[in-house]
Design a protein around this ligand. Structure first.
Ligand code: APR
Length: 311
């Protein structure tokens, strides 16, 4: 039987996820959005690209969740962008409502699905989806680390003028400016980064990675990145649907790993047919562990705001 993926939110990230899933012929796609006509129009447009691109999957748009029934994966990209005058907490609570409602509906129709959360603030939205769905922790996964490490890899390859496919990089922690690019675990075909660049260059690249999202917002002005975020999401979708067991940095619910308890934080995981099949605990240096803890504290602050408001 063909696989089925629901993408909630037919905006920039959602529509590009649908496009990439179709292009790779991974699954039939249902796009859901609150705006009438948009998911229908975009999915019809994507369907009509099939004969030219050579893919043959079904793409459907909807404003309700009935057509999403029995999805293998549900990708949640629905949300509001930050508007002028909105505080970080206002945005957090607005997107909490969106992700809560989306999760509630999606899991009603697809109780056996795996949830991939993309909406920001990412780690807090994962927590929301986890609380609302009551899914086991292996079936709620946040997309952040794949994107952040793709940015890190891009900048390393640019700097060294080497093929980006030779660059491996690990970014852990929350998806925000406290993320932890792990220089020690990053390499070019196995050659440690520290042997290829001086510390000042590494620091500059790490800093640019931490601000990678903001750099793009500054250019776009009216929105945030979507090509790399959708590519990162679909790498996760593919690893799950094809049971590839790729090891990727993703936001996962930690229960004691890295000394962190009851929070979603980005760590290396194995992604396969059961979702998160393993969480890797890498031995961290004291300084790295301190950065990770700081990042987890920043995630906890947001989760506490939600808890205060919603219990
Ligand atoms: N249910 C379904 N869709 C919704 C809902 C809802 N309750 N509320 C809003 N949406 C839809 C909007 O109508 C819009 O089409 O979510 C879509 C969001 O799309 P964009 O505004 O284009 O935002 P996008 O760039 O796709 O980013 C989506 O991903 O990377 C993150 O920070 C980003 O949180 C943001 C999310």
């Amino acid at each position: 039987m063909r696989k089925k993926v629901t993408v909630i939110g037919a905006g920039n990230v959602g529509a590009n996820c649908a496009l990439r899933i179709a292009d790779k012929e991974l699954a039939d796609v249902v796009l859901v959005d609150v705006v009438e006509g948009v998911p229908q129009g975009k999915s019809l447009d994507l369907l009509q690209s099939g004969p030219v691109q050579g893919y043959d999957v079904m793409l459907t748009g909807a404003n309700d969740y009935e057509p999403t029934a029995n999805s293998d994966i549900v990708v949640i990209t629905a949300g509001f962008p930050r508007k002028p005058g909105m505080s970080r907490d206002d945005l957090l609570l607005a997107n909490y409502e969106v992700v809560r409602a989306a999760t509630e509906q999606a899991v009603k129709y697809s109780p056996n699905s795996i949830l991939i959360v993309v909406t920001n603030p990412l780690d807090a939205m994962c927590q929301t989806a986890h609380m609302v769905s009551k899914f086991s922790k292996n079936r709620v996964i946040g997309m952040a680390g794949v994107l952040d490490s793709a940015r890190f890899r891009t900048f390393i390859a640019q700097e060294l003028k080497v093929a980006v496919e030779n660059v491996t990089a690990v970014v852990m922690g929350g998806h925000g400016d406290t993320m932890v690019p792990l220089v020690r675990l990053s390499s070019v075909s196995g050659i440690p980064l520290s042997e290829l660049m001086d510390q000042a260059t590494i620091d500059r690249i790490v800093d640019r990675t931490r601000n990678g999202g903001a750099e793009i917002v500054k250019y776009l002005k009216t929105g945030s990145a979507y090509y790399a975020p959708s590519a990162a999401t679909v790498e996760m979708v593919e690893s799950i649907l094809k049971d590839k067991k790729k090891v990727l940095p993703c936001a996962a619910y930690l229960e004691g790993e890295y000394g962190i308890n009851g929070l979603f934080v980005g760590v290396p995981v194995k992604l396969g047919a059961r979702g998160i099949e393993q969480i890797y605990q890498v031995k961290l240096a004291a300084e790295e562990q301190a950065m990770l803890q700081k990042s987890a504290n920043a995630v906890k602050e947001l989760v506490d705001v939600i808890r205060q408001k919603h219990g």
